[in-house]
Design a binder for this molecule. Structure first.
Ligand code: ADP
Ligand code: MG
Length: 697
C-alpha cells in the first residue's frame, strides 16, 4: 500500500487550483497527469530579469526590467493599429505596445501618472525604444514578491508559461517533507539539500547557473531516482535468484556430436562464454545471463550448445527471435547443426496456423520436441512445454521488460524458474546494462571468428548517387552481391513504402531485374521468397528496409549501401554493416547522407568509419546522443528516467548501485528506519513493484 504521505503526490492535476478539464488535457500531452508529474517537469532554462537599466541604457534585443512613469495612453485610431502607452524615466521615453490590446484592462494595470515596473525585450522602432507585449507589468511593491529569475518549462500548444508556472507552484506547495533516505555522510559530502528543498530549488533556480542538471539539487533528485531504480532491481533480482532454479547438468554427449560436426573450431571467447553459461546453468540459482557480442561474433552456436545442455539434462529449450525472418534463419541453422546430434527442433511463429500449429503445440506439450525456435508466438498463453528449462532470447533489446517477465513466469508455473539467456549484438554500455538489469551476469564475445576481413566504411553525400550506383554495378558485374538499405521513418509507413519502391524501380531501371526487394509490409511468404532469391544468388542486389537488420547471413554479399545513414542510430548502422564482411571477400559499406549534415551527425558517422568495435560504438552513441535516444528507448526495453540523465549522471549510477547493494545486505526487508524511508522512495519513483518481493510489508 502506498504510504499516506504520498497521497497528494498521486492526486490528479485536476485537483490543483486553476486546472480545469481543458488545461488538464493539455498537460496530458506533456505526460503530466498527476501532481508528481509536475514535480518531475523540471525547467529547461530560465529567463533572467535581473538586469534593470534606465530607458536610455536599455540595450536592444535583451530582457530588461525598467522602472517607468506612465505618461499617456495612446489608443489606436483604427483597430488594426497597435495600442500604445507612452512611459518615461529621467533618461528618455519608452513606448509600450500591444496588438489587439484591451483598453479597459490596460488602463487598469497602467493608470496614467503611476509608477510601474515593466519587463521584456526593448527594441528600437524609428529610433524610438519600445517594448512590445511586456512579459511583466507590476507596481514596485509587487516586484519584491516576484522572482526575477523565472523558470522556463517545456510547453505544448495552448499552454502558457505563466499558467504552467502557477500549476507547478501549486504542485510544489503539496510536496511533503519526507524522512531522509540518503546515507547522511554521503549527502553531506555532496552538499545535497533535503528532498523537498532540492525539488523547490530545482524549480526555482536563483541564478541562471542553477538551472542545469549538474547542480546539487538536480543531482540529488537524479540520484534518488537512480537509487530507487537500483534498489528495486536489487530486490527483485535477489528474489529471483533465491527462487529455486534447477541445476541443469548435461553429460556432453549431444554437444560433442555437434562440435565434431562443426566446419570450424570454436573461438576462445565462444568456449569461454559457453563455460560461463554452463556453470551458471549448473547452479541451483535461476540463471539470468546476458551474452553480448558483435554481429558475426558467433552467438548462435553458443546458444545452441547451451540449449543442448538442457536437452542432455532431459528438458526442453527455446530460442526466441524478434522477427520472422530471423526466426526462420535460426531454425534453418540450428536444424542443420542439430541434425548431427539427432535433436528434435521445431519452428513456431505467427505463420504456423491451424492444424500445423495444433500439432506443434501438442508435440511441445508431450515433450516430442527438444528445442522450439520462434517469435513472439512462443509467448502465447496456449503454448505449453512439457519441461521448459532454458529460454534464449536473441536480440533481447527488441523485447520489452514485460515480455521478459511473461516468459519468466512460463517456467515458474511448473518446475521452478527457467534459466534465461539473453543475447544481444548491440552491446549495451555497462552503465545502461546496469539500469535495465542490475547486476546481470554477462559473457562477451570480443574475438571474431577467423577469416574475416575488415569492412571498408566510407561516408558519401547522396548528391553523388550516380557514382554510387556505378560502384554497385561494378561489384555486381564482378559476381558479388549487395544490399541497399532505405530508412524507415515511422511517421508514415505509406510514404516510406513509396520511397523504397521508388528506389527499387530506379535501381531496376539501371541495373535490371537482378534487383530484389524486401520490406516489413510484405506478406510472410513473399518476404521469404525475396530472401531466398537473394541467398541463392537469383537476385544480386537486395533493396530493403531495416528488416534485414538482424541475423540475415549471406556470405557472398560484400557491399552495403545505407541511404540517409544520418537518420539511423549508430548501433543500428553497425548492425546493418555487419550483414557484409561475413565471407572471405573484402567488403565495403557506403554510408550515404544528405546535406547539410550537423556536427553531431558528422561526429557519429565518423565513429562508424573509425572503428568496428561494437562495444566502443555503443559507448560513443551514448555519449553523442544521450541515453534516451540510444536504440530508441521505447523499443529498447531500457527504463526511462525522468530526472536522471544516464550520460550526465553516469557517476551517480555507480554509487546508486553500490548503495543499493549495501542497503540490501544490511536490511533486506527494509525494516530499519532508513529502510522505511527507502520504501517511501520506491513508491515515490514508482518502483514499488519491488516491494511485494520483500518478506514482510
Ligand atoms: P551473431 O553473433 O551475429 O549471431 P552468428 O552466430 O550468426 O553471429 O555467426 C556468424 C557466422 O560466423 C556464421 O556464419 C557462423 O557459422 C560463423 N561462425 C560462428 N562461429 C565461428 C567460428 N568459431 N569460426 C568460424 N566461423 C564461425
Ligand atoms: Mg545472431
Amino acid at each position: 500500500m502506498r504510504p499516506e504521505i504520498l497521497f497528494p503526490a498521486f492526486a490528479p492535476t485536476s485537483s490543483l487550483k486553476g486546472c480545469g478539464p481543458a488545461i488538464a488535457k493539455l498537460l496530458e500531452k506533456l505526460g503530466i497527469a498527476r501532481v508528481l508529474d509536475l514535480w518531475w517537469h523540471l525547467p529547461q532554462g530560465v529567463v533572467d530579469r535581473r538586469f534593470m537599466p534606465t530607458v536610455a541604457a536599455a540595450p536592444h534585443e535583451s530582457i530588461c526590467t525598467i522602472v517607468v512613469r506612465v505618461d499617456q495612453h495612446l489608443p489606436p485610431r483604427t483597430p488594426r493599429l497597435p495600442y500604445r502607452v507612452a512611459c518615461s524615466d529621467a533618461t528618455g521615453t519608452l513606448l509600450l505596445v500591444w496588438f489587439n490590446g484591451r483598453e479597459s484592462h490596460l488602463r487598469q494595470i497602467l493608470p496614467e501618472g503611476s509608477t510601474r515596473v515593466v519587463s521584456g525585450k526593448v527594441e528600437l522602432f524609428n529610433d524610438q525604444p519600445q517594448m512590445v507585449h511586456p512579459d511583466l507589468v507590476v507596481n514596485e511593491e509587487d516586484l519584491k514578491t516576484i522572482p526575477l529569475v523565472e523558470p522556463v518549462y517545456a510547453l505544448t500548444g495552448g499552454l502558457h508559461q505563466r499558467a504552467l508556472g502557477k500549476l507547478v507552484t501549486g504542485a510544489l506547495d503539496r510536496a511533503p517533507e519526507l524522512t531522509e533516505w540518503l546515507d547522511p555522510s554521503w549527502q553531506q559530502k555532496e552538499g545535497w539539500p533535503a528532498w523537498r528543498a532540492a525539488l523547490q530549488a530545482a524549480h526555482r533556480p536563483s541564478d541562471p547557473d542553477q538551472a542545469n542538471p549538474l547542480t546539487p539539487a538536480r543531482r540529488r533528485l537524479a540520484y534518488d531516482e537512480l537509487l530507487a531504480n537500483q534498489l528495486a532491481l536489487t530486490i527483485v533480482r535477489a528474489r529471483l535468484k533465491r527462487a529455486n532454479g534447477r541445476p541443469l547438468k548435461g553429460d556432453g554427449r549431444l554437444r560433442r556430436k555437434v562440435i565434431d560436426a562443426l566446419p570450424y573450431h570454436l573461438t576462445g571467447d565462444q568456449a569461454m562464454a559457453l563455460g560461463e553459461i554452463e556453470a551458471d546453468m549448473g547452479s541451483d540459482k535461476r540463471m539470468q545471463h546476458l551474452l553480448q557480442g558483435d554481429v558475426g561474433s558467433g552467438k548462435t552456436v553458443v546458444a545452441l550448445l547451451a540449449m543442448l545442455v538442457a536437452v542432455e539434462a532431459g528438458a526442453q529449450a527455446t530460442l526466441m527471435a524478434p522477427t520472422e525472418i530471423l526466426a526462420r534463419q535460426h531454425y534453418a541453422t540450428l536444424a542443420l547443426l542439430g541434425e548431427a546430434a539427432g535433436v528434435r527442433i521445431a519452428l513456431l511463429t505467427g505463420r504456423e496456423k491451424g492444424k500445423t500449429r495444433a500439432g506443434l503445440l501438442q508435440s511441445l506439450a508431450a515433450g516430442e520436441i527438444d528445442i522450439a525456435v520462434g517469435t513472439h508466438a512462443l509467448f502465447q498463453d496456449d503454448v505449453e512445454f512439457r519441461d521448459l528449462a532454458l529460454a534464449v532470447i536473441d536480440e533481447q533489446h527488441r523485447f520489452g521488460v514485460h515480455q521478459r517477465l511473461t516468459l519468466a513466469a512460463k517456467g515458474q508455473r511448473d518446475q521452478g524458474g527457467i534459466d534465461l539467456l539473453a543475447m544481444t549484438a548491440t552491446p549495451i554500455p555497462r552503465t545502461l546494462a546496469l539500469t535495465a538489469f542490475g547486476d546481470l551476469d554477462i559473457s562477451s564475445l570480443h574475438e571474431k571468428p577467423p577469416g574475416r576481413t575488415p569492412i571498408d566504411t566510407r561516408t558519401i553525400s547522396l548528391e553523388r548517387f550516380d557514382e554510387v550506383v556505378a560502384a554497385v554495378r561494378r561489384k555486381l558485374d564482378a559476381g558479388a552481391q549487395a544490399y541497399w538499405v532505405c530508412p524507415l521513418v515511422e511517421e508514415s509507413e505509406v510514404a516510406d513504402l513509396a520511397a523504397v519502391e521508388e528506389r527499387t524501380a530506379a535501381l531496376r531501371e539501371i541495373l535490371g531485374d537482378r534487383v530484389g526487394l524486401v520490406h516489413g509490409r510484405m506478406k510472410g511468404a513473399a518476404k521469404d521468397a525475396a530472401m531466398a532469391d537473394f541467398a541463392a544468388g537469383r537476385t544480386s542486389l537486395l533493396v530493403a528496409t531495416t528488416v534485414i537488420e538482424v541475423g540475415v547471413d549471406v556470405p557472398n554479399a560484400t557491399l552495403m549501401v545505407i541511404e540517409h545513414a544520418e537518420r539511423f542510430g549508430l548501433a543500428q548502422l553497425h548492425q546493418l554493416r555487419g550483414r557484409v564482411g561475413r565471407g572471405s571477400g573484402a567488403s565495403t559499406c557506403l554510408l550515404l547522407y544528405s546535406n547539410p549534415l550537423g556536427e553531431t551527425a558528422k561526429a557519429r558517422l565518423k565513429v562508424l568509419r573509425d572503428t568496428d568495435d561494437g562495444f566502443r560504438i555503443a559507448e560513443e552513441d551514448l555519449r553523442l546522443r544521450g541515453a534516451g535516444d540510444l536504440l530508441g528507448t521505447r523499443q529498447s526495453g531500457l527504463p526511462e528516467f525522468r530526472l536522471a540523465d544516464i550520460a550526465l549522471h553516469a557517476d551517480l549510477l555507480q554509487v546508486a548501485r553500490d548503495d543499493a547493494k549495501l542497503i540490501y545486505e544490511r536490511d533486506p526487508d527494509l525494516q530499519s528506519p532508513r529502510g522505511r524511508a527507502l520504501r517511501v522512495l520506491l513508491y515515490l519513483y514508482e518502483r514499488d513493484a519491488a516491494i511485494r518481493y520483500l518478506a514482510s510489508v
